[in-house]
Design a protein around this ligand. Structure first.
Ligand code: FAD
Ligand code: MG
Length: 268
């Protein structure tokens, strides 16, 4: 089933962003929902933390939008995972008030296809392209090579938004803005969700009912390729916590709480 942009509670019509129109209506709709969330008193401490994280991330994105003269200079690194999905939603929200130029029809983005991709991930990325109007460049090659090629083919791009978080293998010393390391193609990496906790990412996605890759409902918590990614053993269902209709034997990714346990289903 195609992905749908989440609906407003008072609006039964899904947002459909025609490819011949700018992304502004989509951005405005998402911004209205996120702003409403930020203005209400949070129902739980977790949602209160999500509000704070959302404000910080929107601030970082806004700095990036100020810092770069044209929107063509900014892209999004998107692999269909939960973290860059949150980032994509926040980027679209931020663009609702973009004043420097009319918004384009599609958003620059880049996806490096794993050497052993999950069909569910590829299908989710395809759906995202339609739902969120992405101008997605895809490369099936090692990451460094892919970004070199991407920059050659998109000469204006100077900064790429990335959904890396602090607990990812290379996330420990990153800040909101980091140039790529030596040996990597040169561009600015922007990390608006770097300090979000695992549980906050899921609380955001579930609060806004954002459709996500179905592998997460099968106990996968971090998505790599088929050869190095398994359902997270910390989510193995036991007789006591197995839910009705649960055929896979694993609980959904959003039931995990601990940041440190996120990558227990990854071989590296
Ligand atoms: P995940 O935790 O799965 O993803 C973290 C985020 O990275 C995602 O939210 C997404 O935004 C992005 N991402 C991950 N995989 C893909 C993909 N296949 N296609 C598109 N986006 C993806 N390493 C260095 O040592 N030095 C660098 O300077 C450096 N620059 C990088 C710049 C970019 C834009 C990216 C995406 C990666 C870079 N890396 C760099 C590699 C990085 O440190 C990780 O090794 C890599 O992102 C995969 O990590 P992960 O599996 O933990 O990703
Ligand atoms: Mg991640």
């Amino acid at each position: 089933m195609p992905l749908r942009v989440p609906k407003d509670a008072d609006d039964n019509a899904p947002v459909i962003n025609g490819h011949d129109a700018s992304i502004l209506p989509l951005c405005a709709k998402l911004a209205a929902r996120v702003n409403a969330f930020l203005q209400t008193e949070a129902e739980t401490p977790l949602l209160k933390a999500v509000q704070e994280q959302t404000r910080v991330a929107l601030g970082v994105i806004s700095t990036a939008l100020d810092r770069y003269r044209y929107l063509d200079e900014i892209s999004l690194s998107y692999n269909g995972g939960k973290d860059c999905l949150v980032l994509l939603i926040l980027l679209l929200c931020s663009l609702a008030t973009y004043k420097k130029a009319p918004l384009p029809k599609e958003l620059h983005s880049v996806y490096i296809i794993s050497s052993h991709p999950f069909k569910e991930v590829d299908a989710f990325v395809d759906d995202s392209v339609t739902t969120y109007s992405l101008d997605l460049a895809r490369y099936a090659m090692p990451m460094k090579e892919a970004f070199k090629r991407y920059l050659e083919e998109h000469k204006k791009v100077k900064a790429i938004l990335v959904g890396t978080r602090r607990t990812d293998p290379h996330g420990q010393s990153l800040t909101h803005f980091d140039l790529t390391d030596s040996g990597w193609p040169a561009f600015m990496r922007v990390h608006p969700v770097i300090d979000w906790h695992y549980a906050e990412i899921w609380a955001f996605i579930r609060h806004f009912e954002i459709p996500y890759c179905p592998l997460y409902d099968q106990g996968y918590t971090s998505l790599g390729g088929t050869t190095d990614t398994h359902p997270n053993p910390a989510l193995k269902a036991t007789e006591g916590n197995m839910k009705e209709n649960q055929s896979q034997g694993f609980r959904p990714a959003y039931e995990l709480v601990e940041d440190r346990a996120e990558r227990l289903g990854r071989d590296w």
